[in-house]
Design a protein around this ligand. Structure first.
Ligand code: PRX
Length: 634
């Protein structure tokens, strides 16, 4: 029997052991017993992590939308699949049953086909958190098109880069979006992006805010009339196990964003398995993950994981602060949420507000709380535990990455122990390890090192779109034959992992992954900027915030605050508001090694407010720059 649903500590231990001893059998059983296959596989896994090349379930055929939808029709046709909570608290929530969702996905899929989208084509989704986003994701999957969801907070330039990189043929967007009290002109952003892109043949537009927008003839089409004409029957495209399912961009420490490619069968098996165990979903539960589908958390734990398990998954369009900072708790009470999954940055922001905003809502439906995206500090953990979970809900601190496809390290509620600030133990089937500076695996249990994974798992990314060499270089070159996460971690004597943070130039701000290089590139585009360096520093709410050191060209004389705003506007237009700098310090120069490399270590210390112990700076090319920076630091 498979270990799809782990229900006891004995089973957890047994599953962990079996998955290690015989991963083929472990995943074979899980895949066979819990999913719908048109054809089963010839081999469970083939791998060579030095190439790197990995396949799971080769030879199998399936369709993931069929697994999410058709499979649930008989037993759960009238159950709510998606529960949509709009931005406006007075507007009514929408309950979409599995039957309705199936029809809407099929109809949407037929619209895609009518616009020439075929298996293997890339479709860019730039949409707010409305049901059409989940439906479009599933419609792409139904016909074998590869979805590339771009978070609707990214700028036109960032969107254009992502559209071009994977050569999308179509964009699906809306006339605008609601965000708290504001509306955002999404279609205008798409229009701007498309001025820079080739390849796009059509744009489908969902009407959401009924604003006046430009519709380019023969390129832009309102979705509603197309849906009205389309049939609601659409046979699923039969996909091979390793056919790509989606591309999702994530920041790298250098260069342009990486189009992480996930394939069909392995991703499905792991998304389903991890959701079931981490959230211990039971049939009548109402599960809510507050992420945006523009991130991996939304892909795996709003759409695919829950639907693969026949769950009711909540989609929330708005923001935690509208109409007031009690909105999350109001929604929990209103829909009797049982599992609530959010990010530490949201917890920290809400913990700052009056407790009365929590206490006026009945949170007694909650059973399990989750955290994702960055380390959760002890204070936030306890606030979450005391005031939201009332000390009766296990907290799962889930560590994973876009590249992983699903949760890797976490406690299992009610089964393994939650420990504040520790993600704790790997899920059965996941084999993390810690590496030392010399590239050797640290065998002592209690240790600190760089975290790698030494055996493949079904939902690992298979490549970077169009750049397999970069995939190899980024993830497999540092520790030959192992997947390098880019994170550092501690391991206690019981094998529990505590993630200490990134060891590269990726900075996690409010749970969003930001590479320093693209931000610096954006700053350097300002005509008065000579060069810049961006580092992170601890921030109460964001976890880490961005501190920019900027050296200007000679022709100065401008007001510094005005310049700061211009630099941030530059970043917002190149990347998006999420990458704006919290602090900008203008400097005479940046500390450099004799070979001209910026010494970020020194800048990091100064940004953290700890300039007492900078180490030996006498070997720098320009040690005098350091004192000047210290004197003028915030
Ligand atoms: O540094 C780790 C941090 O987020 C990075 C992955 O970011 P992203 O690909 O955007 O995916 C985020 C959501 C899955 C990791 O390398 N991270 C994620 N979860 C945790 C975390 N750090 C500490 N604890 C976590 N629970």
């Amino acid at each position: 029997m498979s270990h799809y649903h782990i229900k006891s500590i004995a089973q957890f231990n047994q599953a962990t052991q079996e998955a290690k001893d015989n991963p083929e059998q472990f995943w074979h059983d899980i895949a066979l017993e819990n999913f719908m296959w048109r054809n089963t596989w010839d081999t469970v896994v083939k791998h060579d992590l030095t190439m790197p090349s990995v396949t799971w379930f080769e030879g199998a055929q399936l369709n993931i939308s069929e697994n999410c939808l058709d499979r649930n029709l008989a037993e759960r046709g009238d159950k709510t699949a998606i529960l949509f909570e709009p931005n406006d608290p007075d507007a009514s929530a929408e309950k979409i049953t599995y039957k309705e969702l199936h029809k809407r996905v099929c109809t949407f899929a037929n619209v895609l086909k009518s616009k020439g989208i075929k298996k293997g084509d890339r479709v860019c989704l730039y949409l707010p958190m409305i049901p059409e986003l989940a439906i479009a994701v599933l419609a792409c999957a139904r016909i074998g098109a590869i979805h590339s969801v771009v978070f609707a907070g990214f700028s036109a330039t960032a969107l254009a880069t992502r559209i071009d990189d994977c050569a999308c043929k179509m964009v699906i967007t809306s006339d605008g979006s609601y965000r708290g009290a504001k509306t955002i002109d999404l279609k205008g952003i798409v229009d701007q992006a498309l001025e820079k892109c080739n390849g796009i043949e059509s744009v489908l537009v969902v009407k959401r805010i009924a604003s006046e927008i430009l519709m380019v003839p023969d390129r832009d089409f309102w979705l509603a009339p197309l849906l009205a004409q389309a049939s609601d029957i659409c046979e699923p495209e039969i996909m091979d196990a390793e056919d790509p399912l989606f591309v999702l961009y994530t920041s790298g420490s250098t260069g342009k964003p990486k189009g992480i490619v996930h394939t069909t069968a392995g991703y499905m098996v792991y998304a389903g398995y991890s959701f079931k165990n981490v959230f211990q979903y039971e049939e009548d539960d109402v599960y809510w993950c507050t992420a945006d589908i523009g991130w991996i958390t939304g892909h795996s734990y709003i759409v695919y994981g829950p639907l693969l398990n026949g769950a009711t998954t909540v989609m929330f369009e708005g923001v935690p602060t509208y109409p007031d900072v009690g909105r999350f708790w109001e929604i929990v009470a209103k829909h009797k949420i049982t599992q609530f999954y959010t990010a530490p940055t949201a917890i920290r922001a809400l913990a700052k507000e009056s407790l009365s905003l929590v206490e006026k809502h009945d949170l007694s439906s909650l059973k399990i709380l989750g955290s994702v995206g960055e380390p959760i500090n002890e204070e936030a953990w306890h606030w979450y535990d005391d005031h939201i979970g009332k000390n009766k809900c296990p907290i799962v601190d889930t560590w994973w990455q876009t590249e992983n496809g699903g949760i890797m390290i976490t406690s299992i509620p009610g089964i393994t122990e939650s420990i504040p600030t520790y993600a704790t133990l790997p899920l059965p089937g996941i084999q993390p390890c810690l590496m030392d500076e010399n590239g050797n695996e640290i065998l002592e249990i209690k240790a600190e090192g760089r975290m790698c994974v030494k055996f493949p798992w079904p939902s690992m990314a298979r490549t970077i779109y169009g750049n397999h060499e970069r995939y190899k270089e980024t993830y497999f070159a540092s520790f030959n034959g192992k997947y390098f996460t880019g994170d550092g971690a501690l391991r206690d004597e019981l094998g529990n992992y505590r993630i200490t943070g990134r060891v590269d130039d990726v900075i996690i701000v409010s749970g969003h992954n930001l590479g320093t290089a693209p931000i610096e590139d954006a700053i350097d585009q300002h005509p008065l900027v000579a060069e810049s360096a961006v580092v992170g520093f601890p921030h109460d709410i964001k976890g880490t915030a961005l501190y920019g050191f900027v050296t200007l060209k000679n022709e100065q004389g401008k007001d510094e605050n005005e310049l700061r705003n211009e630099v941030n506007d530059m970043i917002a237009s190149e990347i998006g508001p999420i990458a704006k700098l919290e602090k900008i310090q203008f400097t005479q120069g940046l500390p450099k090694t004799r070979s001209g490399k910026i010494m970020r270590r020194i800048l990091r210390k100064i940004a953290e407010g700890d300039s007492s112990n900078l180490g030996d700076i006498s070997t720098l090319l320009n040690p005098e720059a350091v004192q000047d920076i210290i004197d003028n630091a915030f």
